[in-house]
Design a protein around this ligand. Structure first.
Ligand SMILES: Cc1cc2nc3c(=O)[nH]c(=O)nc-3n(C[C@H](O)[C@H](O)[C@H](O)COP(=O)(O)O)c2cc1C
Length: 382
């Protein structure tokens, strides 16, 4: 395998193309094709673009040759899964699994598709999104719209099988519709999606922290509820590792109890964390519903990663999520204890080349500090 970082010309072309994309996205694409329409429409346009682009082989080839930065310092193994790099797309942008071909060619280490639910789900009434550019943030109120986990997991399996380098994970959540029943109904809903996912993706993420559903978050309300859910999920034989997506805003005492429960079950990792619910100090219209992504998550998620790593050592792998816009922010999450780093807002606000910007910058920071492998930097600040 030849790495971009080890070839002078390939590296130079990769850097120049990335700089060109950064300029083009900021000055042409974002103002004229993305931020000039409401965010719900921009999201639909992006998905349509991905669906079309994946059918144009020369475009995928160009994407791979020019944008995909590879470097051995970024390679890592987490929970028994091998990653070309530790950077991935977080759950929610690609709910129905339509982006893997593009992301694989652009050089994502992994993608989390979904969140998907056992029944197809229309989600909340629109608008689903509000932009808050002054905070590099989106207000998100989708409510788990998706075509159902039977279809999404079929697609995810196919995407994982066909991917060149990228790992594919699926996020499963509880259906948000008018058939929602008691706790047992919710448990069976998760179990159905877990049975469908068993053995068919690189990882499964169990999302128990969606802030935008009518049923609320019963599985993070008490340790007993969470225990019942994971006791049922333990009964489903699956070879791939399981991560649990946790809320950002629980007081530490309560989160500690939930983590103690997870430590007793078939759970290998935690994804930290979901959307920011705390609007303190932010100037946001009161009628806008939802949770905040991006900037308002950066510091809080980093602190949470450090707290969990400090308390639980190596018991859980950690996927750090929230407001990663620069290589320094990705590196800070890794040094605080994250094995993997995921993002969404950075892609929307900075553009598709952001994966290359983050990988190249992270590799530089690791080498500057004398690390041979990204795994050596995990948790060094603790
Ligand atoms: C458009 C959008 C949709 C999202 N939908 C989901 C979802 O379905 N499931 C989930 O676990 N998190 C969802 N999230 C939360 C993200 O996965 C992530 O935790 C959060 O946005 C913080 O990362 P960021 O600052 O890089 O955007 C969504 C976020 C955004 C921006």
């Amino acid at each position: 395998m030849s790495y971009v970082s080890e070839s002078f010309w390939h590296d130079a072309v990769n850097k120049a193309t990335t700089d060109l994309f950064t300029f083009g996205y900021k000055n042409i694409i974002k103002p004229n094709f993305v931020f000039n329409v409401p965010p719900d429409e921009a999201h639909d346009r992006m998905i349509t673009f991905c669906k079309v682009a994946k059918r144009v082989p020369p475009l995928m080839w160009a994407c791979r040759e020019m944008l995909n930065y590879t470097d051995p310092v970024l390679e890592t193994e987490v929970m028994g899964v091998e990653f070309a790099n530790p950077l991935g797309l977080s759950a929610g942008l690609d709910k129905n699994c339509e982006m893997p071909v593009l992301l694989d060619n652009a050089g994502f280490g992994f993608e989390t598709v979904g969140s998907t639910t056992s029944r197809p789900c229309a989600g909340n009434p629109k608008p689903w999104f509000h932009r808050l550019p002054e905070y590099d943030s989106m207000m998100v109120h989708v409510g788990l719209a998706n075509i159902g986990s039977d279809k999404v997991i079929d697609r995810a399996e196919q995407a994982w099988t066909n991917a060149r380098d990228m790992q594919v994970s699926v996020s499963i959540a509880r259906t948000n519709d008018d058939k929602v029943g008691d706790l047992d109904e919710g448990i069976e809903d998760y179990c159905m999606s877990m049975r469908r996912a068993a053995g068919r993706t690189a990882m499964v993420e169990v999302n128990v922290s969606c802030p935008n559903t009518t049923a609320g978050e019963p599985f993070t309300q008490t340790p007993e509820n969470l225990d019942r859910l994971f006791a049922a999920l333990d009964g489903i034989d699956r070879p791939q590792p399981t991560l649990v997506k946790l809320p950002l805003n629980k007081p530490w005492g309560e989160l500690h109890e939930l983590l103690d429960v997870l430590a007793e079950h078939n759970v290998q990792g935690v994804s930290l964390a979901n959307l920011q619910k705390d609007r303190t100090g932010l100037d946001i219209p009161r009628e806008w519903e939802g949770g905040l992504s991006g900037g308002p998550c950066t510091r809080a998620s980093e602190a949470l990663i450090a707290q969990v790593r400090r308390t639980y050592g190596d018991r859980f792998a950690i996927a750090g999520i929230g407001g990663v816009f620069t290589p320094e922010q990705a590196y800070a999450k890794i040094r605080a204890g994250a094995d993997l780093v995921m993002f969404i807002s950075s892609l929307m606000y900075r553009g598709p080349q952001q994966i290359t910007v983050l990988k190249r910058g992270l590799a530089q920071l690791l080498k500057r500090d004398g690390f041979e492998h990204v795994a050596d930097a995990v948790g060094v600040d603790l």
